[in-house]
Design a protein around this ligand. Structure first.
Ligand code: GLP
Length: 228
């Protein structure tokens, strides 16, 4: 799965760079694409002009410091630094405390116009970014995390009490507009969400199901996620 996704990302980014000279890419900050990012470094570091790729962050924990397990730190350490990407926009510290700050972040990324490519993981409850069920297309940037999400994240923060309960996130309306989406699902814990997505119709309780309305969405999964 990781090899397939790495190849898809590089092929898509190269085509966009060929046409536009620059490609905007939102990488998922979840654990699912970790191996994909390693493969990008091991196999593709010198096979794509990464100076033409702009990394944009989709979501972050509310009020988290960069150093404290932030998604910004993850994306920087796992993707931006290994590939020596020089153009990137991260959320933690400067833009993750108020809706006004997050709006400033969105103004900065809006200068690129359309976002070309996004790699999504999915939550166990079908969330994308930090857009939790039931589906809500727009919000002011600040979102409450679902109990399922807090439980799924607690290991990283050393227990439920220390795990963030709110986040900032691009909204579903903003994510649906992105030109090409790849959804990655791995492991039995994603089976229920994947099953709902594969019904190929919008389900209010599964935000990721909205993406399959876009013909430019591709789903890549492993057998555990597919069969449970
Ligand atoms: C997290 C993030 C998402 C991520 C998803 C899956 O909470 N907000 O951006 O895609 O949940 O994460 P993982 O791949 O670690 O299961």
């Amino acid at each position: 799965m990781s090899e397939t996704i790495a190849k898809m990302l590089v092929e898509t980014l190269s085509k966009i760079i060929e046409v536009k000279g620059i490609a905007t890419f939102i990488p998922s900050a979840g654990k699912t694409p970790l191996r994909t990012y390693e493969i990008l470094f091991e196999k593709y570091k010198h096979r794509l002009d990464w100076s033409k790729v702009v990394i944009i962050q989709m979501d972050e924990y509310l009020n988290i410091a960069y150093e404290n397990n932030s998604f910004s730190k993850f994306i920087f350490e796992k993707l931006i630094a290994p590939l020596q990407i020089s153009q990137f926009h991260l959320i933690a510290d400067a833009y993750n405390s108020t809706s006004e700050q997050f709006a400033q972040y969105k103004e900065i990324i809006a200068r690129y116009g359309e976002i070309d490519l996004i790699l999504h993981g999915i939550g166990t409850n079908g969330h994308i970014g930090f857009n939790e069920p039931p589906v809500k297309l727009t919000h002011n940037g600040i979102v409450d995390l679902a109990q399922d999400t807090i439980i799924a994240n607690q290991d990283q923060f050393g227990g439920m009490n220390k795990t963030p309960t709110c986040g900032v996130s691009l909204s579903l309306a903003e994510l649906i507009k992105i030109r090409k989406s790849i959804i990655a699902a791995s492991g039995k814990s994603k089976h229920a969400a994947l099953k709902t997505i594969l019904q190929l119709k919008v389900n209010q309780m599964c935000p990721a199901s909205l993406l399959v309305e876009n013909p430019n969405t591709e789903i890549v999964c492993d057998t555990n996620a597919l069969w449970g």
